[in-house]
Design a binder for this molecule. Structure first.
Ligand code: DQA
Length: 144
């Protein structure tokens, strides 16, 4: 099973910004935890981050060939990007939307997502475990 993890803008600053919402772990620590979980569970995983909307879209297009499923934290683009939504529809395989923070505890503009209604499911507020549980879920779904 091949699962791709995509991270959107500002997530490279994990551990430095808004620790109350996003915790103290860094982007590298998050990546290491994801890679370790994947290795222990025999899942092939790729991890990608970009601050640029078009690069995220290009990566989703590339993944049409490689990945069986996508875990995406589109960060701020979650609430704005029709184009990322359209790319995920073109991907055509299962997608899980994740957020580190509980977006429903936060400003109203974070309650709207362009991804939720085309995703298998949404996980928000579980910190780095949002990613781990999403990968575990997709792995079980795709194994069937
Ligand atoms: C986020 C929540 C978004 O609203 C925010 O813009 C982010 C990160 C999260 O992981 O909690 O950058 O996606």
């Amino acid at each position: 099973i091949k699962i791709a993890v995509i991270n959107g803008p500002n997530l490279n600053l994990l551990g430095e910004r808004e620790k109350g919402f996003y915790g103290c772990f860094t982007y590298d620590e998050l990546t290491t935890d994801i890679l370790n979980f994947a290795k222990n569970n025999n899942i092939e995983v790729s991890v990608f981050q970009s601050n640029i909307e078009g690069e995220i879209i290009n990566e989703i297009h590339r993944l049409r060939k490689w990945a069986d499923g996508i875990v995406i934290n589109a960060a701020g683009y979650t609430h704005t990007s029709v184009a990322i939504r359209d790319a995920l529809i073109a991907f055509g395989k299962p997608v899980v939307e994740v957020h580190i923070s509980n977006v429903y505890k936060r400003e109203n503009f974070r309650h709207k997502s362009y991804i939720s209604d085309i995703a298998e499911g949404v996980i928000a507020g579980l910190g780095k475990y949002s990613y781990i549980y999403a990968i575990d879920f997709l792995n079980n779904l795709l194994k069937k």
